[in-house]
Design a protein around this ligand. Structure first.
Ligand SMILES: *[C@@H]1O[C@H](CO)[C@@H](O)[C@H](O)[C@H]1NC(C)=O
Ligand SMILES: *[C@@H]1O[C@H](CO)[C@@H](O)[C@H](O)[C@H]1NC(C)=O
Ligand SMILES: *[C@@H]1O[C@H](CO)[C@@H](O)[C@H](O)[C@H]1NC(C)=O
Ligand SMILES: *[C@@H]1O[C@H](CO)[C@@H](O)[C@H](O)[C@H]1NC(C)=O
Length: 239
């Protein structure tokens, strides 16, 4: 490189005294000299052949520039991918955790039931539904993502007077399977309540609900004591 530069400068030096006599500009003379140069032009990545021998409309660094552009583009694509995956991780840590619901039955002045089949209890008074996993018209929670969930329900029934038969059974269901249940069948109490809390590992789309078992009934709850709630404890990767 150095040798070639010195040689070109030498050529220019030799020509210098003649410059005034010529109409060509120093650059044109330099290009002429280069064009007359018979050795190789050791310019490495730079396209000297193009620059000196066909100068018009020619970019002597086109090839390295193109390579640089290519590299920069690939790097930007890499960064974009990293950024996306980071966003997803942040979503996992923050947004994905935002799943919780709480609902109670609407006031019952008479009795709810008995029915001739197991019925999913519609807890229609929804006070919390982050992540929109709970559907009040069905009384069903559908896991928006896989994870460990906590669910609680309270069953309450009031017959109003001793001697009446308190007769209920409710069960927490996951995909048609009984997970937990609470029941009463006696004439000693005029009212009764029970609460259950469970931890459940759910896959995305799994459904959880509370059923009133056929033939049983719940009476007089004007305060919304019959409740159903749940929340995501932590997410697990979708399988
Ligand atoms: C280049 O070569 C041509 C033809 O051989 C000659 O006329 C011209 O003077 C040379 N130019 C330089 C700058 O050496
Ligand atoms: C209703 O629930 C009871 C109590 O768990 C169970 O024995 C029965 O098989 C269920 N009925 C149906 C149709 O699932
Ligand atoms: C729903 O629940 C809230 C909070 O417990 C209560 O203030 C409200 O009266 C209930 N609504 C009905 C229609 O029962
Ligand atoms: C949780 O989700 C609810 C909507 O479902 C939204 O209003 C609330 O801002 C969210 N909270 C956080 C901390 O993301």
């Amino acid at each position: 490189m150095k040798v070639a530069a010195v040689a070109v400068l030498g050529l220019l030096g030799a020509l210098f005294p003649c410059l005034k006599a010529q109409t060509s500009s120093p650059l044109e003379i330099l290009q002429q000299a280069a064009a007359n140069w018979t050795g190789t032009l050791p310019c490495e990545g730079w396209d000297c052949e193009c620059a000196f021998k066909k100068p018009k409309g020619c970019c002597c660094v086109a090839s390295p520039l193109f390579q640089l552009e290519e590299k920069t583009f690939m790097r930007m694509m890499g960064l974009w991918k990293d950024l996306n995956s980071l966003n997803n991780q942040i979503e996992e840590v923050t947004g994905g955790h935002n799943v919780s619901f709480a609902a109670t039955m609407l006031p019952i002045t008479g009795c709810y039931g008995p029915f001739n089949k197991n019925v999913s209890i519609p807890y229609c008074n929804v006070t919390l539904n982050h992540g929109y996993g709970y559907n009040p018209s069905l009384g069903t929670f559908t896991a928006p993502r896989s994870g460990l969930y906590s669910f609680s329900y309270t069953v309450y029934s009031n017959l109003g007077a001793e001697g009446e038969r308190i007769y209920h059974k409710v069960q927490l269901m996951k995909e048609g399977q009984v997970i937990a249940s609470s029941w009463e069948d006696n004439r000693e109490d005029s009212e009764d309540s029970a609460t259950q809390t469970v931890l459940l590992q759910l896959k995305r789309g799994n459904q959880v609900y509370v059923e009133l078992v056929l033939g049983r009934f719940l009476c007089v709850d004007t305060q919304g004591y019959n409740s159903f709630s749940g929340f995501l404890v932590y997410p697990l990767s979708d399988i």
